[in-house]
Design a protein around this ligand. Sequence first.
Ligand code: 4AZ
Length: 268
Amino acid sequence: MPGPRNHGNRPRTASAALILGAALLLTAGLTTVVTGSPAAATPAIVGGERASLADYPYAVYLEDSAGTQFCGGVIVGTSTVATAAHCAEAVSTKDIRVIAGREDKRTDDGTTLAVTKAWVHPDYEKAEQGDDIAVLTVRGRLPGRAASVARDTGVYAAGTKATVVGWGRVADGGDRSDYLRAAVVPMVSDATCRAAYESYDPASMVCAGYREGGIDACKGDSGGPLVIGGTLVGIVSFGDGCGKPGKPGVYTRVTTFAGTIAQQTRRP
Ligand code: 4AZ
């Protein structure tokens, strides 16, 4: 009888799938633990891997007048770059430039663009207090491609995997990377982030990282993008060190500022 036989088969297939699934999960879990360990051999951003600008065409970096990379940024319009307010603050004190299309800092690939205007969130005081967002307008058109800006807060569901990219330090207190690096980090709940940071403000911030640490953004990555499939969900803001257990990275909660970013992008 086809009917009962099929019904009888289903649970067997399901158990096989469950066992296979459990094995895969176990493998994935072990991989996470291994790569997430501070002793992991491949440093990145902290604990990621080398990335190609072709995969992150909206990633740019900021350079001071001495030619030193000091922050990241993300293309949001033909001539506009979103970054952290604490990066843009330097505009008045440093002669900053946006470097677009240069994956490896040691080359002169891509384009160097002067900043003609820096809009810094009017309520910004310091990263730990939130509103850590700025929009820079550059002279000329940016090569690459603009990231789309998230508006749906569903992207912040705890556990959702996002990717952070940048040219920052590859270890807490370590050297900055010569080339672009990327790392995958899961979104962290507001409750967990609040427990890690007393000043955590869920209206303007969001956390991402592993409970065990090891994979994180670091100094020099600030202002750079946290994305989910080409959609900007966060901007690297601050953290207690880099990759410390129980201290996820804190990002500017982009959905809160999506309207403002669009407005600043429309204005030349
Ligand atoms: C910083 O100092 C910094 N681990 C940026 C990101 C993080 C920590 C510090 C996140 O620019």
